[in-house]
Design a protein around this ligand. Structure first.
Ligand code: FES
Length: 220
């Protein structure tokens, strides 16, 4: 995407330069022949436009294969007491809390679904869910794009190829090989600490421990 923007700016700049130069000369000699300088400038302009378009195609191909992910990971983040975090999420209408610097979302895990969770998740992950929270990596397991929270559907959705995930990061649709990866949570001095240096792979497709259908239209 960045490559396309840069290519667009280059192409626009080239077109403006060509336009300015060609306006400065009439383009026709007194004997009726085309001005050689104008011809050369136009040819160079066409070459510049072609090169910019080619750069855009290459950049978008690179973007597709190695998509960019925002945020840095690898640290520990204290985010408040479990009750305080759940209250913040509830206050935002259930919208998971985004932590830019950690590259993760904190979502509420419904207490009523812990029985189903015990059948689907290994013990290490259940420790987190028992706090009523789950820390989800924003990195889509398909090709690494940053997933977004879609307010209208109430799901996480990936803008790159359309994978969709429930609010607790379980795969609902799309080409992703699994649900969103997650980071361990633990209590330190009564505070929830998210360790982004460690990652559990997301649950396999077909894992649906909560009943959280899409609420409305999808974003991607
Ligand atoms: S990167 Fe392909 S669906 Fe998310």
């Amino acid at each position: 995407m960045i490559g396309l923007v840069v290519a667009g700016i280059v192409a626009l700049g080239a077109a403006l330069v060509v336009g300015m130069l060609t306006r400065r000369r009439s383009g026709v000699e007194p004997d009726g022949r085309a001005d050689p300088l104008r011809r050369e400038v136009v040819q160079r302009g066409i070459i510049a436009l072609f090169a910019a378009a080619l750069a855009g195609v290459v950049a978008s191909a690179v973007d597709y294969v190695w998509p960019s992910v925002t945020g840095t990971t690898g640290g520990r983040f204290r985010v408040g007491t479990p009750a305080a975090v759940r209250a913040r999420i509830a206050g935002a209408g259930g919208k998971p809390e985004y932590h830019l610097h950690g590259g993760f979302y904190l979502a509420e895990y419904p207490a009523a679904d812990l029985v189903a969770a015990r059948r689907a998740y290994p013990p290490g992950q259940l420790d987190s869910l028992d706090l009523g929270l789950v820390a989800l990596s924003q990195k889509c397991p398909h090709l690494g794009c940053a997933v977004k929270w879609c307010r209208s559907s109430g799901w996480f959705e990936c803008p790159c190829h359309g994978s969709r995930y429930s609010p607790v990061g379980e795969l609902e649709r799309g080409p992703s090989p699994r649900g969103l990866d997650r980071h361990p949570l633990r209590l330190v001095g009564g505070q929830v600490e998210v360790d982004t240096a460690a990652t559990y792979l997301g649950p396999r497709p077909g894992t649906h421990t909560t009943d959280q259908p899409a609420k409305g239209p999808h974003c991607y």
